[in-house]
Design a protein around this ligand. Structure first.
Ligand code: SF4
Length: 213
């Protein structure tokens, strides 16, 4: 049956599907394994994890942001000619990322994801960074897909959380402890912890030291 609604849905080309976008910009990856490399960031709006120290609180309400089409996003990413495209948020897995990642891959771009893992994985990625949060724990199906585990440390209790998360990811996953930017004790806590737990590395947010996005 050809209802008006189904005719209308078929008429929408995949490239015209839209996502709410906080910002997109070309910079250096500031954290983790790919630190210092050219990266095009697509920051999707929407997050219900609500970490108290979140530095992207303005991204939580997706209704505040204009929708951008896959064509607009992928054209901009391609024009930047980055080493990788990083899909971040907000919590990007609130959205179905298959259409967007397909569009990026069709242009030959390397695609990375930064997620809290609060929702099941969608999309095709070359690299997945899981930054799990105790405020809304990761979906169990995400752990096995993770290339990099990055746990934010604000206080000693967060080290216990990191140890629990470490047990859930594959053994080859690279493991980072990253200081919470505004916690004065976090850097020394991590420094001392890694001396006796050498499977972990420290990640510093170099973009914040450089004063760039
Ligand atoms: S998951 Fe990320 S965007 Fe969401 S509240 Fe936590 S730090 Fe902020």
């Amino acid at each position: 049956m050809n209802s008006l609604a189904s005719v209308g849905m078929k008429a929408i080309a995949p490239q015209l599907k839209t996502y709410p976008i906080v910002e997109r910009f070309h910079s250096l990856q500031g954290e983790g394994t790919w630190t210092g490399m050219s990266a095009f960031f697509i920051r999707l709006a929407g997050c219900d994890v609500h970490c108290p120290w979140c530095d992207q609180k303005e991204s939580w309400n997706s209704n505040l942001y204009p929708q951008q089409s896959i064509k607009t996003l992928t054209d901009a990413a391609k024009a930047a000619n980055p080493a990788m495209v990083v899909i971040t948020g907000g919590e990007p897995l609130i959205h179905d990322l298959f259409p967007l990642t397909k569009g990026l891959k069709q242009l030959g771009l390397r695609v990375h994801l930064e997620t809290s893992g609060a929702y099941p994985l969608t999309g095709e990625f070359d690299w997945i960074t899981l930054s799990p949060k105790p405020f809304k724990v990761p979906h169990e199906t995400v752990y096995s897909q993770v290339n990099e585990l990055k746990v934010i440390i604000a206080n000693e209790a967060d080290l216990n959380w990191a140890e629990k998360q470490e047990k859930k990811v594959p053994s080859q996953t690279i493991k980072y402890l990253q200081p919470e930017w505004n916690s004065p004790e976090s850097k020394s806590l991590i420094f001392d912890y890694i001396l006796s737990n050498p499977q972990w590395r420290m990640s510093l947010q170099i973009h914040k030291f450089l004063g760039v996005r």
